[in-house]
Write a protein that binds this ligand. Sequence first.
Ligand code: FES
Length: 581
Amino acid sequence: MTHKKRPLRSAEWFGNDDKNGFMYRSWMKNQGIPDHEFRGKPIIGICNTFSELTPCNAHFRKLAEHVKKGVLEAGGYPVEFPVFSNGESNLRPTAMFTRNLASMDVEEAIRGNPLDAVVLLVGCDKTTPALLMGAASCDIPTIVVTGGPMLNGKHKGRDIGSGTVVWQLSEEVKAGKISLHDFMAAEAGMSRSAGTCNTMGTASTMACMAESLGTSLPHNAAIPAVDSRRYVLAHLSGNRIVEMVDEDLTLSKVLTKSAFENAIRTNAAIGGSTNAVIHLQAIAGRMGVDLTLDDWTRVGRGTPTIVDLQPSGRYLMEEFYYAGGLPAVLRRLGEADRLPHKDALTVNGKTLWENVQDAPLYNDAVILPLDAPLREDGGMCVMRGNLAPNGAVLKPSAATPALMQHRGRAVVFENFDDYKARINDPDLDVTADDILVMKNCGPRGYHGMAEVGNMGLPAKLLEQGVTDMVRISDARMSGTAYGTVVLHVAPEAAAGGPLAAVRNGDWIALDAYSGKLHLEVDDAEIASRLAEADPTAESTRIASTGGYRQLYIEHVLQADQGCDFDFLVGCRGAEVPRHSH
Ligand code: FES
């Protein structure tokens, strides 16, 4: 089939019978590609984050093969290429450290190559935002295919959820409720198949964000990785991306402000990860969409959490898919007039509402009725105050309602090492009413903003039966974690934020409902403490040691701006400067 509908971007490489055309085609032909494949067919890039070091994406070669079948069937020509794969489970200091690096790889790979459109194969947490960020900066037709979640974990006859069970069982070990042997026995049963974490952690949340943003086909978020329907979806996505070239359905036509508002509402309904706040801010920034933390409050607050999945609830992604998946959630929101923009365009050329208005719902226990939700108000709480002038976030569905308004005495840890060294000290002066405060774990302070904000509680309090405390930091938290945890305090301590001024014994007042976070120390005293010791000195010293780390520290933005690099914000389009050999 020959593509005749509009000039192809790839024709600038392959479309000319001259010296340049010869060179571009000739080297490609060493792969056994016949000449006619270069004559007018859309070239579809398959941007693959496969890596055996990213176990959640290790099945992506097979996924790519199914996308290719769909592309070929629709009359396109698929070309698969690898990009930096930042896997959450292995990569140090944190996969977030390299999210922007991966996005640069993706952006330049798309722009610099003869591609008319791209399929993004994503899965593990940071791969989804990284690839969407890179693609958004280029703005060619783009479709997301997610790898899908793992099957339910199994341990001693019960279901266990990725990550969440680690937090639960390790606290039970510390509290003396189970043995270390019992804990270790869960290891083999947690990850039983290919795929991403099966809780509503960051990977599943970002898959739901991609679907609610309209960047994937319906049901992309929840089909288990090993379910044959995942491969059908990959095949259909391959079909569809070729049509998108004909329609010139570029990413910017999908990623509008309306799409982001739908995603924010969706995040509240699914009890999604706090990491989504950072990633959506960054993707919006690349697309030139003006999204702020206040949009999360305006659009998200007041939305009930109706998906009963761990870590906020009981079930796992397998049950979520069998219950109807994200389309059933969106239908439920839409029927109650709680989907802000039903007319938002999606990659299949239909509106979000057209895609979900007839979606079946099979299990009301997993996807709850709006009038019997898991949490009445699951919208992300954004707090400001003299402790977080540029904002901080808290996930209410994972928090203890009684602690959402709390005043307590600060127990301060200067950094994560200090926390680890002292948290289980029997002499630590701490009670259940205190507030654990940790500094220097933000984007600059911990090179990637580690997921350590859900500080485990002191062993001596766990032994007393304490299950939650207010915790405040400039860190992130794994999407699989839970607790009354104030995260993403901005500016962070290492950037000179007031968090750096908190001292043991200071009083802090939190009101997550009204969005207040107040350090009960007067402004002059805070200023004098900050002046006394320059909190930015250590990260500035590390920045001078060179390498990617220097680039990162010098250019990373704060959490409220999505932790992108300042020089990467914005859409630069797909045009490359002309040149000839
Ligand atoms: Fe990869 Fe959770 S570690 S999705």
